[in-house]
Design a protein around this ligand. Structure first.
Ligand code: NAP
Ligand code: MG
Length: 498
């Protein structure tokens, strides 16, 4: 068994900007601290990319793209490098997992069992898919042949949040790189360490210089510079709705680059009176909101439950919540880690006050200060019962381990309340009737609908939102379309004579 605390103390993470195949400080020497949410201590000083650094990274990416070293490389070569990267991620499983857990507050067991293996699988999956998908031949008249091929866009800017740094980065980088693009990644300020390690491993795997650049920095500086850069062909963004809309403005005011947005959610879990197994539902509902301390964009943050099963279900959900082992993310037994930052901790606790003002019954809702980790960012599993879906607790994304419970009667009212949201990322319905399940699933306005389960997913299916949850889709083979442009090549075949 590893002593993760000792291993964390011994870490010597990369802290520079990774541009054109090498680590370097910011042009103006700026840096920022990255904090360990387990105890609020400083892990490292990270170089803070400015406009000049983003420009250097984008130009390196554009040069690499133009050179063809990656963009026109044989797809089997791209495949080989990205499969090697997936292998290297697993060979470096402990270090990558530790960087992720220490920097973000994810429990180390989740980082080892979920974050790193999932991200590695995403790279492997897109690499392996490269020689299994064909382009098209159009149904032309007999005197012509028209090929419809997918070509890389050029330079892709990826801007990601702090809640799943490695997984969300892999959703964007893997299909973008597999299809031959060059990428500039701006990780979240709170969690840059795993992205810098990923850059190092990508270079070791044989990715040519300039093809992947990682520029940590402040969102309004480095993120904005990427969004406004005229040589960036596409920005793929995951984060908050406000910043996402900012990228649309940046694009409109610069070169009209493509923008794909994956924004937040307020995902409803609708439990109907005929739900077959309330204990199973309760377990999935509790994990669906408390996993990663509720910092999951599609987290099932609203429980919409038929009044006939409310009491029995809630009792079970509370039981599961109380059974979770909360504590030090660097303890392998921990199931519930921390909130990512002091700011986010205050935000979550602020919503506990809002819930009380709005008349909800609050179960939990307190900050936890584990012995020796008193300055860490821990909140106990929290349930707000009796929530009016139209209020702030029903409508606003809390992004913490807090479940809002609203009672309804019947599927019709349940669907109406579930859809009464600006968001539409995910939803679930729990029912014993296959007909009701399908009819409710069709009516739920969400990019993913789960039936009698929650939060099962894989790279094989698309992920993204309806309504204000965004316009882009990560994952699945459809992501190849997101990072390529269609080209028509029309060939004249004359009158058919030989
Ligand atoms: P955020 O503030 O929108 O930040 C996301 C990224 O954008 C970060 O890299 C951030 O940099 C950068 N950024 C911030 N302000 C910027 C600006 N003015 N211009 C350009 N870039 C800027 O979101 P967050 O607080 O990290 O993440 C939580 C939110 O993201 C939640 O609302 C959550 O629901 C959503 N989310 C959605 C999904 C999804 O798949 N739909 C997944 C995860 C999270 P800094 O780190 O320096 O601020
Ligand atoms: Mg951190």
């Amino acid at each position: 068994m590893t002593d993760w605390i000792a291993a964390a103390a011994a870490l010597t993470p990369q802290t520079g900007l990774f541009i054109d195949g090498a680590f370097r400080p910011a042009a103006d020497g700026a840096s920022f601290e990255t904090i360990a949410p387990r105890d609020g201590s400083v892990i490292a000083e990270i170089s803070s990319g400015g406009e000049a650094d983003v420009d250097a990274a984008v130009r390196a990416a554009a040069r690499a793209f133009e050179s063809g070293v990656w963009s026109r490389a044989d797809r089997r070569e791209r495949q080989r490098v990205l499969v090697r990267l997936a292998d290297l991620m697993l060979e470096n499983l402990d270090e990558l997992a530790l960087l992720e857990a220490h920097d973000s507050g994810h429990p180390i067991s989740d980082a080892r069992n979920v974050d790193v293996p999932t991200a590695a699988r995403v790279f492997r999956w897109y690499a392996e898919a490269l020689d299994k998908v064909s382009d098209e031949v159009a149904p032309t008249p007999e005197n012509a042949l028209a090929l419809v091929t997918r070509e890389p866009l050029g330079v892709v800017g990826a801007v990601v949040p702090w809640n799943y740094p490695l997984i969300i980065s892999s959703w964007k980088l893997a299909p973008a790189l597999a299809t031959g693009n060059s990428v500039v990644l701006k990780p979240a300020e709170l969690t840059s360490l795993s992205a810098l390690k990923l850059a190092e491993l990508a270079a070791e795997a044989g990715l040519p210089d300039g093809v992947l650049n990682v520029v940590p920095g402040l969102g309004r500086v480095a993120g904005q510079a990427l969004g406004r850069h005229p040589l960036v062909d596409k920005v793929t963004f995951t984060g908050s709705p406000a910043v996402g809309r900012g990228f649309l403005t940046y694009a409109g005011e610069s070169n009209g680059k493509q923008v794909a947005l994956e924004l937040g959610g307020k995902s409803p879990q609708l439990v109907l009176a005929d739900a077959p197994d309330l204990a199973a539902a309760a377990s999935a509902i509790a994990w669906g909101i408390f996993y990663n301390a509720g910092q999951t964009c599609h987290g099932g943050s609203r429980l919409i439950v038929d009044e006939r099963v409310h009491d029995a279900l809630l009792e079970e959900v509370v039981k599961v919540g109380r059974s979770l082992v909360q504590g030090d993310p660097l303890d392998a037994a921990t199931q519930l880690g921390t909130i990512a930052s002091a700011t986010q901790l205050d935000r979550v606790l602020g919503y506990v006050d809002v819930a009380r003002v709005e008349g909800a019954t609050v179960i939990g809702g307190r900050r936890v200060r584990p012995a020796g980790l008193e300055d860490g960012f821990y909140v106990e599993p929290t349930i707000f019962d009796g929530v009016d879906n139209a209020g702030r607790i029903g409508q606003e994304e809390i992004f913490g381990p807090a479940l809002a419970v609203t009672t309804v009667r019947g599927a019709e009212e349940g669907v109406r309340v579930a859809n009464d949201s600006a968001y539409g990322l995910a939803a679930s319905v729990w029912t014993g009737s296959v007909t009701t399940a399908h009819n409710v699933a069709k009516r739920l306005r969400a990019g993913t609908v789960w039936i009698n389960t929650f939060d099962v997913a894989d790279v094989i299916t698309p992920f993204g939102g309806f309504k204000q949850s965004g316009s882009g889709r990560d994952r699945s083979l459809h992501a190849f379309d997101a990072y390529t442009a269609l080209k028509t090549t029309w060939i004249d075949l004359g009158d058919g004579s030989l």
